[in-house]
Ligand binder design. Structure first.
Ligand SMILES: NC(=O)c1ccc[n+]([C@@H]2O[C@H](COP(=O)([O-])OP(=O)(O)OC[C@H]3O[C@@H](n4cnc5c(N)ncnc54)[C@H](OP(=O)(O)O)[C@@H]3O)[C@@H](O)[C@H]2O)c1
Length: 244
């Protein structure tokens, strides 16, 4: 059986590692993102490497009005969708510049809701399919250092949770992925603790393992589940003083 997966935000470092993982296991790949040139190069590479069908498509997460057309234009609907795009932005800038705050909210939340609503309705009608959303541990509790991004991810996490409950009746699986620190273009130049920082390849392996096990929510690396358990239980008065 030829299984295919659509990867949204496919030029991201995490997405490219996920694409390799799925490609290496025989999945056909639909790569969608803004940088179609890079995606076309990846498509040619993956086709040769994994002997699977790979196509590249233009997709902009914040061009909401184009999403229905984008979905309709896909040649054959994929069995699953992996939503990876995201924008970290700058917390300090976002506090004073609405355009920057809006970009983080639109990319991490509104854009994801816009395209996944369309995919979800299609999967629900077909009574099959899966959706994997890459959210973040930043959505588990708002921290002063990145709460604009974090709150958009919190919205995305809540959206995926509700969608999972709704689609469970239709045999459609929805999985939430919560990465901690990952060494990618997004975190370039940031000093993240080496022991707590995953590679995109580790994240991709965790995503595949959790997908196969049918998990609803997965932290990657696994220890973030316990770190976040502590973080969310710190009393508010103490949390305020931590300057996290
Ligand atoms: N790295 C981390 O520590 C970390 C931790 C937790 C969660 N995450 C999440 O993991 C996901 C992947 O991030 P990454 O670490 O792999 O970083 P990345 O390489 O910077 O990837 C971000 C991706 O989002 C895409 N994107 C941004 N705005 C878009 C738009 N309007 N339309 C379509 N695509 C858009 C970018 O596309 P372009 O190439 O066109 O710019 C890029 O492919 C993100 O959702 C991120 O929030 C990352």
């Amino acid at each position: 059986m030829n299984r295919s997966v659509l990867i949204l935000g496919a030029s991201s470092d995490i997405a490219r590692a996920i694409a390799r993982k799925f490609g290496s296991e025989g999945w056909s790949l639909l790569l969608a993102g803004r940088d179609v040139e890079l995606l076309s190069r990846d498509a040619a590479d993956f086709r040769l490497r994994y002997k699977v069908d790979v196509e590249a498509f233009g997709f902009d997460a914040v061009a909401f009005e184009s999403h229905a057309r984008f979905w309709d234009s896909l040649p054959g609907k994929p069995e699953g969708v992996i939503c990876v795009f995201g924008y970290l932005g700058g917390q300090k800038v976002s506090e004073r510049n609405w355009d920057e705050a809006k970009k983080a909210i639109d990319t991490n939340f509104t854009g994801a809701v816009s395209i996944l609503n369309i995919a979800a309705n299609d999967f629900e009608e077909r009574k099959s399919g899966f959706i994997i959303g890459i959210s973040s541990v930043a959505g588990d509790r708002g921290r002063m250092s990145n709460y604009i991004y974090g709150s958009a991810k919190a919205g995305f996490t809540a959206y995926l949770s509700g969608l999972r409950a709704r689609l469970s009746k239709s045999e459609v699986k929805v999985m939430t992925v919560k990465p901690g620190f990952v060494a990618t273009r997004m975190t370039e130049g940031m000093s993240t603790p080496a022991l707590l920082t995953a590679t995109p390849q580790q994240v991709a392996a965790d995503v595949m393992r959790a997908y196969k096990r049918g998990k609803p929510v997965v932290y990657t690396r696994w220890f973030w589940k316990y770190i976040m358990l502590i973080i969310v239980h710190i009393p508010e008065r103490v949390f305020r003083k931590l300057k996290l």
